[in-house]
Design a protein around this ligand. Sequence first.
Ligand SMILES: NC(=O)c1ccc[n+]([C@@H]2O[C@H](COP(=O)([O-])OP(=O)(O)OC[C@H]3O[C@@H](n4cnc5c(N)ncnc54)[C@H](O)[C@@H]3O)[C@@H](O)[C@H]2O)c1
Length: 440
Amino acid sequence: MKKRYCIVGTGGRSEMYIKAILNTFADRAELVGFCDSNRKRMDYYNSVVLKKQCGNHPDVATYPAQDFDRMISECKPDTVIVTSMDRTHHKYTCRAMELGCDVISEKPMTIDAEKCQQIIDTKKRTGKHLTVTFNYRYSPRNTKIKEVIKSGIVGDITSVHFEWMLDTCHGADYFRRWHRDKNNSGGLMVHKSTHHFDLVNWWIDSEPVTVFAMGDLKFYGKANAEKRGVTEFYSRSRGSEIAAKDPFALHVKPDDENLMGLYYNAESEDGYYRDQSVFGDCISIEDNMGVMVRYKNNTVMTYSLCAHCPWEGYRVVFNGTKGRLEFNVVERSFCSAEGEDFNHFGMSEMKEDRSKLVPEIIFQPHWGKPQVIEYTTDTLAGHGGGDDRLLRHLFVGVDDDPLGLAADYVDGAKSILTGIGANISMKTGEPVKVQELIHW
Ligand SMILES: NC(=O)c1ccc[n+]([C@@H]2O[C@H](COP(=O)([O-])OP(=O)(O)OC[C@H]3O[C@@H](n4cnc5c(N)ncnc54)[C@H](O)[C@@H]3O)[C@@H](O)[C@H]2O)c1
């Protein structure tokens, strides 16, 4: 029998799940309900995506956010997929489990310790299944790192140095919309770094114990732009002459059906402006952060995230008792200032130039020469090839998972606790004991 799915939060990310259910996994999955606070976004999926990209599929029933319970009782889903704004994840995750459903939650599982506790308690009480979708684990190169460390050639990992670079296209996008308010996203330490902290927990098979962090808004925001001599400001790109000259502005073309349908045509419902100026007021998240983490197995990590780099990618170094593993990933070599279309912002694998400079994975044993480690991949589309593999795991299932790719609520919680601890540490200036944030 086909499994029944409802989706709450029908914004950009939900499209991947909608198409997976209605196209790739239609033999085993059925999409029975949409729920969102914005009716027009749900209508866009029904009238455009389902009709043009999902074989003229009939409309899926739609429910406003306040009718979530009614959706569950009428649509009777086995599983609810949560792809709403981060600060609402706990609410739908807990309620769905209370009402007898399993849950697939997008990262971050939630944004603060209180909500995380609520999810843990509800999960334990209801016994329902809660999966958190860490697509980066599934990217072949990230999986390769897990394999290499697990093989033991690096020895025990004594320290990790992890640097993530978000570029002026992708990084800037977090400063254009709801993510820029820390109450919505937990800041980049939670919203974005949950991916990275999960990777480290998984790679080194441990969990955070102590976190110390510093971070500031140093580049985006009006005050920073003023310090650099900027005198002309705008609140959003649409209709702004000033924005026309700003390479950081998002310009949605009238023939961009996706951005028009999901955002511009839907904004009358809730005033969600997709194209706010990154140099506006009221940005409460950081764009430069440094974190130190001590793990249960005594590994120490230094981590940094910068959201206005000229190229996008990451570098991770693992120092071990038998040698050193270096990992250099280029996701985009540069951003053009001609940002005339959405692909300018969208993540692609534009690796030319920079990726030729350094091999991706290098292992060097003590007393030995460096070796390049190869990995195989069929595609690098969709988060380094992670999205496709993740979807197969979610909708087909996991028979054999020797590397532990599938992530549950414990992984979801442990990945955000580093960021939540970092947020507290940035506020207090003190190190934070992670185990004091949550009762398991
Ligand atoms: N794993 C990944 O790589 C990845 C990539 C992109 C997004 N995401 C995650 O997916 C989620 C959605 O992100 P997005 O980019 O689609 O954002 P989005 O803004 O495009 O969509 C968010 C949706 O949530 C809806 N929403 C807001 N408040 C709501 C409420 N109270 N009740 C119901 N719906 C509500 C909005 O109307 C909107 O349709 C986020 O949690 C994000 O972290 C994950």
